[in-house]
Design a protein around this ligand. Structure first.
Ligand SMILES: [Zn+2]
Length: 254
């Protein structure tokens, strides 16, 4: 038999062994309070065995802004990669936050080491294009270059092949979906809820719903009225807890 088949490429599905091990220890009340929470986040329920597989069309990846589930969980996604706050690495590690990072090469620039650190404490890496363009303004080839190009960069940097893709500004067309499929993307991830400086903003019905995907950005004090990335994240987590929700790992559901 042929021994020449290349090994299967690892995909960014879970946070890796570090995160799984860490998740076995509950976060203490003292740790939660140190990060400005009144109590630790509730442990998420066991994720479903079956993943969403509703395709957008023949052979095209599904486009999701919310994951169908009855679990009172929401998913944290952080975009672009501008702010690189070492305190955020500590926060993700200590609170065991399941964070999905949608990275843009041009924004991350020379800062990939920081995101490798975040990955080592349990955050996952996904694709947000090379240059953050308005994709519907590009040809199919242009879009493919943006998406496949970032797949290659992330493979080179982290040795993984992302399965999830988020189009910049949430804007896409049929060519985006075709190109994403061509680049090995299995789902296009939008959001229904976005974190502003102080509060959550909802598209449509107000209030969190089970399976909502929450958009946040790697932003710092200059863009957050003086608040740090960790302070903004604390506010977000408090709003989530106040509505009786906890956070789960997007890649476990999608
Ligand atoms: Zn973006």
């Amino acid at each position: 038999m042929s021994g020449c088949a290349p090994p299967a490429e690892p995909v960014e599905r879970h946070g890796g062994k570090t995160a799984q091990r860490a998740a076995e220890r509950p976060v203490s009340l003292a740790t939660a309070r140190r990060w400005g929470l009144d109590k630790p986040l509730a442990p998420p329920p066991k994720p479903p065995a079956r993943r969403t597989d509703e395709a957008a069309g023949p052979g095209l990846p599904p486009v999701v802004d919310r994951v169908p589930t009855d679990d009172k969980v929401v998913f944290l996604t952080f975009d672009d990669g501008a702010e690189r706050d070492p305190q955020f690495v500590r926060m993700v590690r200590e609170l065991q936050l399941p964070v999905s990072m949608f990275l843009t090469d041009r924004v991350v620039g020379p800062g990939y080491a920081h995101f490798a650190e975040l990955r080592s404490v349990g955050a996952t890496v996904q694709n947000h294009t090379l240059d953050h363009p308005y994709l519907p303004g590009l040809s199919y080839e242009g879009q493919r270059w943006e998406i496949c190009g970032q797949q290659d960069k992330l493979k080179e940097r982290f040795g993984i092949k992302p399965r999830l893709f988020r189009p910049p500004y949430g804007e896409y067309n049929d060519d985006t979906l075709r190109a994403a499929a061509d680049c090995g993307i299995s789902a296009v991830v939008l959001w229904r809820v976005s974190m502003q400086i102080d509060d959550l903003r909802y598209a449509g019905e107000a209030g969190l719903r089970p399976g909502d995907i929450v958009l946040a950005h790697f932003r710092g004090p200059a863009e957050l009225n003086g608040a740090s990335l960790t302070e903004m994240t604390t506010r977000m987590l408090r709003r989530i807890q106040a509505q009786g929700f906890t956070v789960a790992r997007l890649e476990d559901y999608l």
